[in-house]
Design a protein. Structure first.
Length: 568
């Protein structure tokens, strides 16, 4: 229960801290990206202004006197409609003003039309103008015509409907405005497709045409009349009519233009204003020939001004990038948070286990030293008080024996610490396991004979290791087996390719303690009273095997226990 609470606390703290950091960083990044995108959109509008202004200069040069006064208004408006109508398609609105801030031309939401203005031989020359359908048709008819004009059905095979062609059957031209006599709507059907399935050609027939007739009656103005014309689709405008009207109102604001001109050279003027949320209107006036004149009575002055405005939703522009970055960073931060929390919890557990190990080791060491110290104390007391003087030699031998036992415990503790700290010198050479095992068996052969324990050795292998340390491993494993083999039992060593096995008959190790027996003072049997060992033998063997990068383990069998290690 305590560990669960601590684990939850660690995870909540680390994940919470990293998530708070994530939110702060991502919010700062989002604000930075949006501000940069805002700057970019302002620069894009200025680039568009320069591009269009060059066209306007050419048109003005062909339609004005050197003094800057207009000489052919109708031609000027027609040329402007022809040359810079693409501004509306880019989501911008524009207006052209004279030097005294009189409006000359502005973009609009009328339909763009073309017609054959005149012909020379076999060459036809097109004229351009605008058609305001609401002026000549009812609201219902206008809505129907707009649906036809903007329809984009998807054709999949020959004969499918692909759209409608809106043709002018007779028209009058009043400056740049078109007055229709009739509008003919012709359904268009797919004819051929290319290899990629894209429409190549389509056709329609007048037999299926729908005719809309205006209520215009020719008057005394005697406007020029033309027989044929066409209406261009407007479905590529980026803004709806309401949004375009708001921008149009901005570019038609003469007072704003005058105000901006007085702030030239624009260094401290803000050319964007927030409409709602992250939607902004960008505004930019461009002088004729990109040159500003300054006079005492007029201040900043230009013969003409071209004013541009564009609406930009910065969220739409940044959304894909922000969603990707937020999602990617969220996954990254969560992964790091979980890994860090997991590693922190592991570190906590290791520290807790280390502390518990320290307490267990201290208790075990105190327990192991307590018995010989008590014996030594008792024998010394007897010697001092001359109790049973005939046993003086026995007391002295007992004291010596227990001192040696304590010395062995301490030396093995120092040896284990030295191995774990890497302080003991290690040399690597080829070692015959059979020779080492024979030496160990000879060492304990008499003890085995006294306990009627059968011993055996099979196989041979050569390993790359330190001879003395490898002998220590096998010696400790054998002594452990000897301590736990009952009288009349059996101990066998089997050496095969890559594996060393030592078997002893007798009691099994509880499954839950098989991993613990490799730790200092951990035994399969918690009772220490009958043990002659120090409790460090298997821990020393484990440390040496890990130094050589040999895998090791122990397992229960039907007759007893097998200890093993692999050396390849």
């Amino acid at each position: 229960m305590k560990r669960t609470k601590i684990k939850r606390k660690i995870y909540l703290r680390i994940v919470g801290t990293l998530m708070a950091t994530y939110l702060v960083l991502m919010t700062a990044f989002s604000l930075f990206l949006i501000s940069r995108e805002k700057e970019v959109k302002g620069l894009e509008l200025r680039a568009l202004a320069l591009q269009v202004n060059n066209r306007v200069e050419d048109i003005l040069g062909n339609t004005t006197e050197n003094s800057g006064q207009r000489r052919d208004t109708a031609k000027l408006k027609k040329e402007l409609a022809k040359q810079i109508s693409f501004i509306s398609y880019s989501g911008a609105e524009a207006a052209l003003y004279s030097g005294d801030y009189s409006l000359i031309y502005n973009t609009n939401d009328y339909w763009e039309c073309s017609y054959t203005e005149y012909s020379e031989g076999s060459t036809n020359y097109a004229g351009y103008g605008y058609l305001n359908p609401r002026e000549w048709f009812s609201e219902e008819e206008t809505a129907e015509l707009e649906n036809y004009l903007n329809a984009q059905p998807q054709a999949e095979k020959a004969g499918d409907l692909v759209g409608y062609s809106l043709d002018l059957e007779g028209l009058w031209v009043d400056n740049e405005m078109i007055i229709p006599e009739k509008i003919k709507v012709v359904p268009m059907y797919a004819d051929t497709f290319d290899e990629e399935g894209q429409l190549k050609s389509s056709s329609g027939t007048d037999l299926n045409a729908i005719i809309y007739t205006s209520d215009y009656k020719e008057n005394s103005k005697k406007l020029p009349y033309f027989k044929y014309g066409g209406i261009q689709p407007v479905n590529n405008r980026l803004l709806d009519q309401k949004e375009a009207a708001g921008l149009r109102e901005l570019v038609l604001d003469q007072e704003k233009l005058k105000e901006v001109v007085q702030h030239l050279p624009y260094r401290d003027y803000n050319f964007s204003e927030r409409v709602r949320g992250l939607t902004y209107h960008f505004y930019w006036p461009q002088p004729y020939q990109n040159t500003i004149k300054s006079t005492e009575d007029q201040g900043n002055y230009s013969e003409f001004w071209t004013v541009f405005a564009r609406q930009v939703n910065l969220w739409d522009e940044c959304r894909d990038t922000l969603v990707f970055i937020w999602a990617a960073c969220l996954i990254t931060f969560l992964s790091v948070a979980l890994l860090l929390a997991g590693q922190t919890y592991k570190t906590y557990r290791k520290r807790e286990e280390l502390e518990q190990f320290r307490r267990d080791t201290t208790n075990a060491l105190a327990h192991d030293l307590k018995t010989p110290l008590s014996i030594i104390s008792g024998y010394a007391q007897n010697l001092r008080e001359n109790v049973r003087t005939e046993k003086r030699e026995h007391y002295a031998a007992g004291i010596q024996s227990n001192v040696e036992r304590m010395d062995k415990i301490l030396r093995e503790m120092l040896e284990l610490s030295g191995l774990e700290a890497g302080l003991l010198p290690i040399k690597a050479e080829e070692v015959s396991l059979q020779v080492v095992c024979t030496r160990v068996l000879d060492r304990y052969r008499q003890i085995c004979a006294e306990k009627l324990i059968q011993i055996g050795l099979e196989g041979e292998a050569v390993v790359k290791a330190d001879p003395s340390l490898m002998e220590r491993v096998i010696d400790n494993l054998f002594v452990n087996a000897l301590d736990h083999t009952p009288a009349g039992g059996r101990i066998g060593i089997e050496i095969s390719t890559g594996t060393f096995k030592l078997f002893n008959s007798g009691s099994h190790i509880p499954e839950g303690k098989i991993k613990e027996i490799w730790l200092p003072y951990k035994k399969g049997d918690e009772s220490r009273g009958g043990s002659r060992g120090t409790g460090l033998g298997l821990a020393i063997a484990r440390t040496i095997l890990e130094l050589f990068h040999f895998s090791y383990g122990a397992k229960n069998t039907a007759e007893g226990v097998v200890f093993w290690f692999k050396f390849t």
